[in-house]
Design a protein around this ligand. Structure first.
Ligand code: ADP
Length: 416
């Protein structure tokens, strides 16, 4: 079954075409036929497509909206240029899986999209005003293009963390605010943490109940999840993705009193503070240079830039702090799992995070760590390390495609 996975952002559309079904899932034999990203939707769109053979196509053209972006992607997918043997017309695309950021308390698993589900996603807009409307635009556009007949599924970033206990997800503010407005921690990157935990389970051939890990998704956005007996029991992001680790341009944890203080001192509006914390903070805010870890590492190494070093130190320190906290929350764990652009590609950052962790049984094998090729899966802790460390490249799109295939086949969708 060829499944189109759509991830609709505010001005971008990422897609993948994945061939999967129940047998392929069981045999781990599903595979990607193509992928692409269209950026700057609403103006001169930047287009990058890649077929299964790794051939890359780049163009630029005006892209009005998400519907136009999906149209362009589909025209390429069925074209001779793309050379995808399995897809010759739209009829060869059998289902669509959408990434939806916020499922609130309503959606605890992936689900087939019905008018009621769309209403439910709309109800969550208050919780994710920056994300859910874009996800809905993707769903509407796909329905317009393919018609109402094609099965579509919604896979929620929040769903995996549904298993968090109250003590993890409640904020210590008056309880009626949770009752009235559902103000609580939801957590994000759930599809990624779920995939990483699944790969770990496969790697070790153990049942879900034996998965006791701390999983680190370190990309532009960063989060950490405490996964105990296979379930997320805590995660660093909260009501929104702003809480927790230091990220590319998000602050992560701060004292909320800073907001009022800055409004008074700098004359900021609440919108300006919001932009400051989401777009101008984190690695970018501290370094004053960039939100890109690769560039910061280069700056630090080549020019000894003090603020680049400081940004990296804050980034690493916050992660180490969360690892310590989650080890306590979980009564210890078996492994730490690294994923995301930084986690998968930077032996340097992995090494700094794991430094002097012998106290909790973690000993990194520096050689294994630096020898692991980018994008590869493998262990990086030393022989006999009590707390082990692995790099496990994430693949959220594969999980979205798999859940979609399961839902279309009316098979059970695992909570993880
Ligand atoms: P997103 O969250 O947008 O999907 P990614 O998961 O692609 O982002 O992660 C992007 C981050 O990964 C950037 O900070 C980038 O610099 C970093 N990164 C990618 N490759 C490397 C590398 N080789 N060394 C250090 N950081 C890297």
């Amino acid at each position: 079954m060829n499944i189109l996975v759509l991830n609709s952002g505010s001005s971008s559309l990422k897609f993948q075409l994945i061939d999967t079904d129940l047998e392929k899932i069981a045999a781990d034999a599903d595979h990607r036929l193509a992928r692409g990203v269209i950026e700057r939707i609403g103006s001169q769109g930047l287009i990058r497509f890649e077929n299964g053979a790794g051939k890359i196509f780049r163009t630029a053209q005006p892209i009005r909206d998400h519907r136009a972006a999906i149209d362009v992607a589909l025209r390429w997918l069925v074209s001779e240029d793309a050379a995808i043997a399995e897809v010759k017309s739209l009829a060869d695309i059998h289902a669509i899986g959408h990434r939806v950021v916020h499922g609130g308390e309503k959606f605890t698993r992936s689900t087939l999209i019905t008018p009621e589900v769309i209403e439910g996603i709309e109800e969550c807009i208050d919780l994710a005003p920056l994300h859910n409307p874009d996800n809905l635009r993707g769903i509407t556009a796909a329905t317009e293009i393919f018609g109402a007949g094609i099965p579509q599924a919604a896979v929620f970033d929040t769903a995996f963390h549904h298993s968090m206990p109250e003590s993890s997800y409640l904020y210590a503010i008056p309880y009626q605010l949770y009752r009235r407005h559902r103000v609580r921690r939801y957590g994000f990157h759930g599809t990624s943490h779920r995939y990483i935990a699944y790969r770990y389970r496969r790697l070790l051939s153990i049942p879900k109940e034996q998965v006791d890990v701390i999983s680190l998704h370190l990309g532009n956005g960063c989060s950490v999840a405490a996964v105990k007996s296979g379930n997320s029991i805590d995660t660093s992001m909260g009501l929104t993705p702003l809480e927790g680790l230091v990220m590319g341009s998000r602050s992560g944890d701060i004292d909320p009193a800073i907001i009022e203080y800055l409004m008074a001192k700098e004359g900021f509006s609440i919108e300006q503070v919001d932009t400051l914390l989401n777009k101008q903070s984190g690695l970018l805010g501290i370094s004053g240079l960039t939100n890109d870890m690769r560039d910061l590492l280069a700056e630090e190494q080549e020019h000894g830039d003090r603020r680049a070093r400081l940004a990296i130190e804050l980034f690493v320190y916050r992660i180490r702090k969360y690892i310590g906290a989650y080890l306590a929350a979980m009564n210890g764990a078996d492994a730490i799992l690294f994923a995301g652009g930084i986690g998968e590609n930077s032996p340097e950052i992995r090494s700094r995070i794991c430094r002097a962790m012998e106290w909790c049984g973690l000993r990194l094998d520096e050689e294994r760590n630096s020898a692991l090729p980018p994008g590869a899966e493998g262990e990086i802790s030393a022989e006999g390390s009590r707390l082990r460390a692995y790099v496990i490249p994430t693949d959220e799109e594969m999980l979205i495609a798999r859940d979609t295939a399961r839902l279309v086949a009316r098979a059970e969708v695992p909570g993880w």
